[in-house]
Write a new protein. Structure first.
Length: 190
């Protein structure tokens, strides 16, 4: 079972690289951001709650997002593994993921940290906002999300280092090289 946490700041390429990993390794993909955007589109109660946080560039409460993750995980039958994209984003979420996988006799195989310089993140997110119209990809909200990343999410780097799961990936430059580096990192733990 291959359980990969794809990690990085907003705009680091987690979604793009996840799609390519899913195709190559035939594992399931959970993007908590995509789950929430689908709820918003469908006008559900959860979507209404989520929108308030997303528009402010803030994280949803841990308990809520952990419940969402658990039910998505349970919906996968006979899975070869999962790539977790955008989760965990806080230490309590990482602890919950560890527990959830342990209850299923599994563990995180590796955490891949897609590292991208801040100016490049800003440039990518502003472009994505212009192209996709994603509501939270505007300059003001991007700044808040990067701040949330630095204060609440980046401590996970040390957390996963202590777990012995951390691998650095250079997340900028040639796209194909990034995928090659990711595959090498995955093949090490397969
Ligand atoms: P993303 O598409 O991963 O950049 O997520 C977009 C937004 O969804 C974030 O800015 C948060 O408001 C919310 N979100 C996604 N994943 C999580 C998570 N693991 N914990 C809390 N909030 C999340």
């Amino acid at each position: 079972m291959l359980n990969i946490v794809i990690f990085g700041a907003p705009g680091s390429g987690k979604g793009t690289q996840s799609e390519r990993i899913v195709n190559k390794y035939g594992i399931n993909h959970i993007s908590t951001g995509d789950v929430l955007r689908a709820e918003i589109k469908n006008g559900t109660e959860l979507g209404k709650v989520a929108k308030g946080y997303i528009d402010q560039g803030q994280l949803l409460p841990d308990e809520l997002i952990i419940d969402i993750l658990a039910s998505t995980l349970d919906s996968f039958k006979a899975s070869k593994g999962v790539i977790f994209d955008g989760f965990p984003r806080t230490i309590p979420q990482a602890e919950a993921l560890k527990k959830m996988l342990a209850e299923r006799g599994q563990e995180v195989s590796t955490m891949l940290d897609l590292n991208v310089p801040e100016e490049e993140l800003m440039r990518r997110l502003i472009n994505r906002g212009l192209e996709s119209g994603r509501a939270d990809d505007n300059e003001e909200t991007i700044k808040k999300r990067l701040n949330v990343y630095h204060t609440q999410t980046s401590p996970l780097i040390d957390w996963y280092k202590k777990e012995g799961k951390y691998q650095y990936i250079k997340g900028y430059g040639d796209m194909d090289q990034i995928l090659t580096d990711i595959c090498e990192a995955i093949d090490k733990v397969k």
